[in-house]
Design a protein. Structure first.
Length: 233
Protein backbone atom coordinates (compact mmCIF):
# COMPACT_ATOMS: atom_id res chain seq x y z
CA UNK A 1 0.00 0.00 0.00
CA UNK A 2 0.97 3.61 -0.37
CA UNK A 3 0.48 6.63 1.89
CA UNK A 4 0.42 10.17 0.51
CA UNK A 5 1.16 12.81 3.15
CA UNK A 6 -0.40 16.15 2.24
CA UNK A 7 1.35 19.23 3.62
CA UNK A 8 -0.33 22.62 3.05
CA UNK A 9 2.29 25.29 3.70
CA UNK A 10 2.12 29.07 3.92
CA UNK A 11 4.98 31.22 5.19
CA UNK A 12 6.65 28.26 6.92
CA UNK A 13 10.30 28.79 5.98
CA UNK A 14 11.33 28.32 9.63
CA UNK A 15 9.93 24.79 9.88
CA UNK A 16 9.36 23.32 6.42
CA UNK A 17 12.81 21.74 6.14
CA UNK A 18 12.54 20.13 9.57
CA UNK A 19 9.03 18.78 9.05
CA UNK A 20 10.04 17.28 5.71
CA UNK A 21 13.08 15.70 7.36
CA UNK A 22 10.86 14.14 10.01
CA UNK A 23 8.12 13.03 7.63
CA UNK A 24 10.50 11.36 5.19
CA UNK A 25 12.41 9.67 8.02
CA UNK A 26 9.46 8.15 9.89
CA UNK A 27 9.17 4.44 9.25
CA UNK A 28 5.86 3.60 7.62
CA UNK A 29 7.36 0.97 5.38
CA UNK A 30 7.55 -1.65 8.15
CA UNK A 31 3.77 -1.46 8.35
CA UNK A 32 3.52 -1.91 4.59
CA UNK A 33 3.08 1.72 3.48
CA UNK A 34 5.42 3.32 0.96
CA UNK A 35 5.45 7.12 1.19
CA UNK A 36 4.70 10.00 -1.09
CA UNK A 37 4.92 13.53 0.35
CA UNK A 38 3.00 16.30 -1.42
CA UNK A 39 3.72 19.86 -0.34
CA UNK A 40 1.40 22.58 -1.58
CA UNK A 41 2.98 25.98 -1.13
CA UNK A 42 0.00 28.29 -0.77
CA UNK A 43 1.46 31.42 -2.33
CA UNK A 44 4.16 32.01 0.29
CA UNK A 45 6.28 35.13 -0.12
CA UNK A 46 9.11 33.77 2.02
CA UNK A 47 11.45 30.86 1.18
CA UNK A 48 8.95 28.06 1.92
CA UNK A 49 8.62 26.93 -1.70
CA UNK A 50 12.35 27.27 -2.37
CA UNK A 51 13.28 25.13 0.62
CA UNK A 52 10.65 22.50 -0.18
CA UNK A 53 11.80 22.36 -3.80
CA UNK A 54 15.40 21.82 -2.68
CA UNK A 55 14.30 18.86 -0.57
CA UNK A 56 12.25 17.46 -3.47
CA UNK A 57 15.25 17.73 -5.79
CA UNK A 58 17.09 15.27 -3.58
CA UNK A 59 14.22 12.95 -2.70
CA UNK A 60 11.90 11.53 -5.38
CA UNK A 61 9.27 10.78 -2.74
CA UNK A 62 8.65 14.53 -2.28
CA UNK A 63 6.47 16.49 -4.71
CA UNK A 64 5.97 20.26 -4.55
CA UNK A 65 3.02 22.07 -6.11
CA UNK A 66 2.30 25.78 -5.82
CA UNK A 67 -0.41 28.40 -5.76
CA UNK A 68 0.50 31.70 -7.37
CA UNK A 69 -1.30 33.50 -4.55
CA UNK A 70 -2.55 32.59 -1.09
CA UNK A 71 -5.87 30.73 -1.34
CA UNK A 72 -6.18 29.12 2.10
CA UNK A 73 -5.44 25.82 3.83
CA UNK A 74 -8.45 24.00 2.42
CA UNK A 75 -7.56 24.99 -1.13
CA UNK A 76 -3.96 23.84 -0.55
CA UNK A 77 -5.15 20.46 0.73
CA UNK A 78 -7.39 20.05 -2.32
CA UNK A 79 -4.52 20.90 -4.68
CA UNK A 80 -2.21 18.48 -2.88
CA UNK A 81 -4.91 15.80 -3.00
CA UNK A 82 -5.07 16.12 -6.78
CA UNK A 83 -1.40 15.08 -6.95
CA UNK A 84 -1.67 12.24 -4.42
CA UNK A 85 -1.10 8.73 -5.75
CA UNK A 86 -1.42 6.84 -2.47
CA UNK A 87 -4.16 4.47 -1.40
CA UNK A 88 -4.50 6.61 1.73
CA UNK A 89 -3.82 10.27 2.47
CA UNK A 90 -2.80 11.91 5.73
CA UNK A 91 -2.94 15.66 6.37
CA UNK A 92 0.18 17.06 8.07
CA UNK A 93 0.70 20.71 8.97
CA UNK A 94 3.98 22.35 7.98
CA UNK A 95 4.72 23.45 11.54
CA UNK A 96 5.93 21.24 14.39
CA UNK A 97 2.80 21.05 16.57
CA UNK A 98 2.15 17.39 15.69
CA UNK A 99 4.54 14.44 16.10
CA UNK A 100 5.21 12.24 13.08
CA UNK A 101 5.99 9.45 15.54
CA UNK A 102 2.20 9.04 15.82
CA UNK A 103 1.86 7.92 12.18
CA UNK A 104 2.17 4.20 13.02
CA UNK A 105 -0.74 4.37 15.47
CA UNK A 106 -2.94 5.86 12.75
CA UNK A 107 -1.80 3.36 10.14
CA UNK A 108 -2.39 0.37 12.40
CA UNK A 109 -6.07 1.32 12.47
CA UNK A 110 -6.09 1.27 8.67
CA UNK A 111 -4.65 -2.24 8.77
CA UNK A 112 -7.59 -3.18 10.99
CA UNK A 113 -9.98 -1.94 8.31
CA UNK A 114 -10.60 1.74 9.17
CA UNK A 115 -11.35 4.04 6.24
CA UNK A 116 -10.98 7.22 8.31
CA UNK A 117 -8.73 7.79 11.33
CA UNK A 118 -8.45 10.99 13.39
CA UNK A 119 -5.55 11.62 15.73
CA UNK A 120 -7.09 13.07 18.89
CA UNK A 121 -5.18 15.64 20.92
CA UNK A 122 -7.52 15.13 23.87
CA UNK A 123 -7.49 11.37 24.47
CA UNK A 124 -4.01 11.23 25.99
CA UNK A 125 -3.97 14.74 27.44
CA UNK A 126 -7.33 16.38 28.26
CA UNK A 127 -5.64 19.80 28.14
CA UNK A 128 -3.08 19.72 25.32
CA UNK A 129 0.27 21.38 25.94
CA UNK A 130 0.28 25.09 25.11
CA UNK A 131 -3.34 25.25 23.96
CA UNK A 132 -4.83 28.57 25.04
CA UNK A 133 -8.16 28.68 26.83
CA UNK A 134 -10.00 30.28 23.91
CA UNK A 135 -8.73 27.60 21.52
CA UNK A 136 -9.57 24.86 24.01
CA UNK A 137 -13.14 26.11 24.43
CA UNK A 138 -13.59 26.50 20.67
CA UNK A 139 -12.31 22.96 20.06
CA UNK A 140 -14.65 21.50 22.65
CA UNK A 141 -17.65 23.42 21.28
CA UNK A 142 -16.98 22.34 17.70
CA UNK A 143 -16.55 18.71 18.70
CA UNK A 144 -19.73 18.63 20.78
CA UNK A 145 -21.64 20.30 17.95
CA UNK A 146 -20.36 17.78 15.40
CA UNK A 147 -21.30 14.89 17.67
CA UNK A 148 -24.82 16.21 18.26
CA UNK A 149 -25.54 17.12 14.63
CA UNK A 150 -24.13 13.98 13.05
CA UNK A 151 -24.45 11.30 15.72
CA UNK A 152 -20.69 10.98 16.07
CA UNK A 153 -18.69 10.08 19.16
CA UNK A 154 -15.37 11.79 18.50
CA UNK A 155 -13.21 13.84 20.86
CA UNK A 156 -11.33 16.12 18.44
CA UNK A 157 -13.14 17.47 15.38
CA UNK A 158 -10.46 20.06 14.53
CA UNK A 159 -7.35 17.89 14.70
CA UNK A 160 -4.91 18.24 11.83
CA UNK A 161 -4.09 14.53 11.81
CA UNK A 162 -6.82 13.11 9.63
CA UNK A 163 -6.15 9.98 7.59
CA UNK A 164 -8.51 8.94 4.81
CA UNK A 165 -8.92 6.31 2.18
CA UNK A 166 -7.98 8.45 -0.83
CA UNK A 167 -10.93 7.44 -3.00
CA UNK A 168 -13.31 8.26 -0.16
CA UNK A 169 -11.88 11.74 0.41
CA UNK A 170 -12.17 12.50 -3.29
CA UNK A 171 -15.77 11.32 -3.29
CA UNK A 172 -16.62 13.97 -0.70
CA UNK A 173 -16.28 16.72 -3.34
CA UNK A 174 -14.56 19.21 -1.05
CA UNK A 175 -15.49 22.88 -1.38
CA UNK A 176 -13.32 24.32 1.39
CA UNK A 177 -10.73 27.03 0.84
CA UNK A 178 -9.68 27.93 4.38
CA UNK A 179 -9.66 26.25 7.78
CA UNK A 180 -13.18 24.92 7.22
CA UNK A 181 -11.63 21.75 5.78
CA UNK A 182 -12.06 20.02 9.16
CA UNK A 183 -15.77 20.71 9.72
CA UNK A 184 -16.55 20.03 6.07
CA UNK A 185 -15.02 16.57 5.98
CA UNK A 186 -16.41 15.71 9.41
CA UNK A 187 -19.90 16.80 8.38
CA UNK A 188 -19.79 14.91 5.09
CA UNK A 189 -18.53 11.76 6.78
CA UNK A 190 -21.27 12.10 9.37
CA UNK A 191 -23.96 12.48 6.74
CA UNK A 192 -22.72 9.29 5.07
CA UNK A 193 -22.57 7.44 8.41
CA UNK A 194 -18.92 6.57 7.82
CA UNK A 195 -17.21 5.60 11.10
CA UNK A 196 -14.35 7.75 12.36
CA UNK A 197 -11.77 5.86 14.41
CA UNK A 198 -9.67 7.91 16.86
CA UNK A 199 -6.24 7.30 18.34
CA UNK A 200 -4.43 9.43 20.95
CA UNK A 201 -1.63 11.63 19.65
CA UNK A 202 0.91 14.09 21.04
CA UNK A 203 0.50 17.82 20.51
CA UNK A 204 2.31 21.02 21.46
CA UNK A 205 0.53 24.21 20.39
CA UNK A 206 2.45 27.13 18.97
CA UNK A 207 1.55 30.77 19.56
CA UNK A 208 0.42 33.44 17.10
CA UNK A 209 3.81 35.10 17.35
CA UNK A 210 5.36 31.80 16.24
CA UNK A 211 3.22 31.70 13.12
CA UNK A 212 -0.07 30.12 14.22
CA UNK A 213 -2.69 31.27 11.75
CA UNK A 214 -6.05 30.14 13.16
CA UNK A 215 -8.15 33.04 14.44
CA UNK A 216 -11.45 33.28 16.34
CA UNK A 217 -13.27 34.01 13.08
CA UNK A 218 -12.21 30.58 11.82
CA UNK A 219 -14.04 29.02 14.75
CA UNK A 220 -17.21 30.89 13.85
CA UNK A 221 -16.87 29.78 10.22
CA UNK A 222 -16.31 26.17 11.32
CA UNK A 223 -19.48 26.21 13.42
CA UNK A 224 -21.47 27.56 10.48
CA UNK A 225 -20.09 24.88 8.15
CA UNK A 226 -21.17 22.13 10.55
CA UNK A 227 -24.70 23.56 10.74
CA UNK A 228 -24.90 24.30 7.00
CA UNK A 229 -24.12 20.74 5.96
CA UNK A 230 -26.62 19.37 8.45
CA UNK A 231 -29.35 21.53 6.91
CA UNK A 232 -28.55 20.49 3.35
CA UNK A 233 -30.86 17.98 1.71
Amino acid sequence: MRLSILIPAYQEEATIAEILKRVTAIDTETLGFDKQVVVCDDGSTDRTAEIAAAVAAGDPRVVVVRHDKNRGKGAAIRTALASADGDYVLVQDADLEYEVSDYPALLREVLKGARVVYGSRFLANPRPTGMKTANYVANRMLTVTANILYGLAISDEATCFKLFETALLRELDLECTGFEFCPEVTAKLGRRKIPVVEVPISYTARAVEDGKKVRWTDGVEAMWVLVKHRLRR
